[in-house]
Design a protein around this ligand. Structure first.
Ligand code: FE2
Length: 363
């Protein structure tokens, strides 16, 4: 195997541009169990935007909104609604990462730069990815602060944690015919390899279909599935996303949990809506997946899906979109050996997704 020219340590954070970061922070705190740990804004000398850093386990979200109308953040929100602007990856050497990516064809959005405060030096660089979503490299080995220079800690009572541990994968939707471009881009520019490939036959219902390829970095820590719509009788859920997001972007972020039943129970108590799973799904589940540690009745009660492959099994569940537009949603996943993405669930799930889509008048 060739040397990894762009070693990635893992996900560093995901930055969202939102209409109202203060209220979004409240939502991620009170509903999803994230602790607000740091903030930048007027109080810290930042005059044009406010950002909240939210942390749970190894998952770090940054929520940013503009303080004025003619601002990159405000324009992004007007066009896309609330959504993911940056996927940040931690690297050992940001300058090298930028140099390697650029030499292999990446478009540079922000050249490598060093930010300094009393906690040390943080280095970052940004390259262009699909649509208005970019990829940021973060080098923190010489930085001991909470998040980044310009941010100050937030004093608060940490919320009751709900057990979200780490980002498992981040999925992008791209336009028809663009999936192969972006999978090649991940290979050539970032040195990722293709993990799996789902075809139309794997993932289709009577009405809609999608194609998906999963790209993974050398250490297997970062996984980026990429979806494109496939022709169906009616509009696919990927097209619905592209219409409302006004282009490609992040469709869902999957977060791992050590005890998915506990996490989902907590989220349901806090009124998170999950995708409804047809009751018929559970009728033959035990035959399909064989013995598992969990209780099938509890999984059915909570609407958790199960899938098995040659390496083991996984449990997963999908939320409804978390903003007005049918765009970004979340997945909670608990893996028991399986490195897959729930292929066996796709069809069962699509029936459910389409029912929601029909309710929105978009099918
Ligand atoms: Fe997923």
């Amino acid at each position: 195997m060739s040397e990894d020219f762009l070693p990635i340590r893992g996900y560093d954070h995901v930055e969202f541009y939102v209409g109202n970061a203060k209220q979004a922070a409240y939502f991620y705190d009170k509903v999803f169990g994230f602790t607000p740990v740091a903030k930048s804004g007027l109080e810290t000398g930042c005059r044009d935007r406010t950002s909240y850093v939210m942390q749970q386990g190894h998952v770090r979200f940054v929520l940013t909104s503009a303080l004025g109308p003619d601002h990159e953040v405000a324009r992004h929100c007007a066009l896309h609604g609330d959504g993911v602007r940056l996927m940040a990856l931690e690297v050992g050497d940001a300058e090298s990462a930028m140099r390697e990516a650029k030499a292999r064809g990446a478009t540079v959005v922000q050249p490598a730069e060093a930010l300094e405060d009393e906690h040390g030096v943080l280095k970052t660089g940004v390259i262009k990815y699909a649509g208005d979503t970019d990829i940021k490299f973060v080098e923190r080995k010489h930085y001991r602060g909470l998040f980044a220079p310009g941010f100050e800690p937030i004093e608060c009572n940490p919320p009751e944690p709900i057990g979200l541990a780490a980002i498992d994968h981040i999925v992008t939707n791209v336009r028809l015919g663009e999936m192969n471009y972006w999978t090649r881009w991940f290979e050539q520019v970032l040195g990722f390899t293709q993990l799996t490939h789902f075809t139309e036959e794997d993932i289709s219902t009577e009405y809609s279909a999608l194609m998906s390829k999963v790209m993974e970095n050398g250490t297997g820590k970062c996984k980026f599935p990429i979806n494109e719509p496939a022709e169906g009788k009616k509009k696919s859920q990927i097209e619905e996303y592209l219409d409302f997001y006004r282009g490609p972007g992040v469709q869902h972020i999957a977060m791992s949990a050590a005890d998915i039943c506990k996490t989902v129970r907590a989220l349901r108590r806090r009124d998170i809506d999950f995708l409804r799973v047809p009751d018929t799904y559970y009728e033959e589940l035990a035959d399909r997946v064989g013995p598992i540690d969990e209780d099938f009745d509890e999984l059915k009660e909570l609407g958790i899906l199960v899938d098995r492959d040659e390496d083991g099994y996984l449990l997963q569940i999908f939320t409804q979109p978390v903003q007005d537009r049918p765009t970004l949603f979340y997945e909670v996943i608990e893996r028991h050996g399986s490195r897959g993405f729930g292929l066996g669930n796709f069809k069962a799930l699509f029936v459910s997704l389409e029912r929601e889509q029909a309710l929105r008048g978009n099918l």
